[in-house]
Design a protein. Structure first.
Length: 291
């Protein structure tokens, strides 16, 4: 258990540095997402092929893995744009609304419906989001591209989580990652070409950042988090991941001088607390039943 907790902490830190790297604006948002996926694929593919671990149980699972790659690639791309057009803090906290969207989608598409605590937590989280972005934005309906893409990132990641959970019932993690990274790379490459984003011409620092995103923020982070998930409760892992938004905010303040107001801090904590409420279990009721 101790190893799993350490893996989780390190994995969260690896994810948290991603918004800081993107905020440096050394490469465009979509092409940055493309190279994050491509470099990750190039690193994992030789191992998968040599060890012969690529297994596709059936056509449906393979197609769903491809779809997951497209969804996750879209998520990273719009998140990159949200970070570059606003702040690492706002974009990170808005995309952390994904557990709320998972609950909403579960209401309509899954048999396991959200409980009362989910809706209470959702109301708290939405209020925190409003406070974070600013009440004037909602009063005047002044939603800019960065805000829309920040929320869209959370929606896309929620869809990704629901679909990937279904795929992983019949496919190994390593096979799923390989197929999804391949489809993400192809998809983002086509999109980057279509919108005329440059594939070359970056500074040495720009290329270094792209490599770090692939090695640290993609492969290392998700391998560690997957290990933690295997040895810990999924709810604990999910709640712990919410700390990524706060940690990213602190790192942005320390290293790129990103201004953080008291209202943003309070809004961020309220947002995360609301999401935490959605995971509360009725321990008291369980205890009474046990006695």
């Amino acid at each position: 258990m101790k190893k799993a907790r350490i893996a989780l902490v390190v994995g969260i830190f690896c994810i948290s540095i991603f918004p800081i790297l993107v905020k440096l604006n050394l490469t465009p948002g979509v092409i940055s997402a493309f190279y994050r996926m491509l470099f990750s694929l190039l690193l994992i593919l030789p191992y998968v092929l040599i060890s012969k671990q690529l297994q596709i149980p059936n056509l449906k699972a393979g197609l769903l893995a491809v779809i997951c790659g497209v969804i996750f690639g879209s998520d990273v791309a719009v998140w990159n744009i949200a970070i570059q057009e606003s702040t690492a803090t706002q974009a990170s906290l808005l995309t952390n609304l994904s557990p709320v969207w998972v609950g909403v989608f579960s209401l309509f598409f899954l048999k396991d419906k959200p409980k009362t605590n989910f809706w209470i937590g959702t109301v708290i989280a939405v209020f925190g989001m409003i406070m974070l972005v600013g009440f004037a934005v909602f009063k005047n309906l002044d939603f800019d591209l960065a805000f829309i893409f920040g929320v869209l990132s959370g929606v896309l990641y929620a869809i990704y989580m629901l679909v990937s959970k279904e795929v992983l019932k019949s496919m190994t993690v390593i096979s799923f990652m390989t197929i999804s990274l391949l489809s993400s790379s192809i998809y983002l490459g086509v999109v980057s070409y279509a919108i005329n984003e440059p594939f070359t011409g970056f500074s040495n620092a720009g290329w270094l950042v792209l490599v770090i995103q692939a090695v640290v923020c993609q492969l290392l982070a998700w391998l560690l988090i997957s290990y933690a998930t295997q040895h810990m409760r999924a709810t604990r892992v999910s709640v712990s991941l919410l700390g990524q938004g706060i940690l990213a905010s602190i790192l942005a303040w320390l290293f790129i001088d990103e201004a953080i107001s008291l209202q943003m801090v309070l809004g961020g904590f309220i947002l995360l607390f609301g999401i935490r409420v959605t995971f509360f279990e009725k321990q008291l009721i369980k205890t009474k039943k046990a006695t």
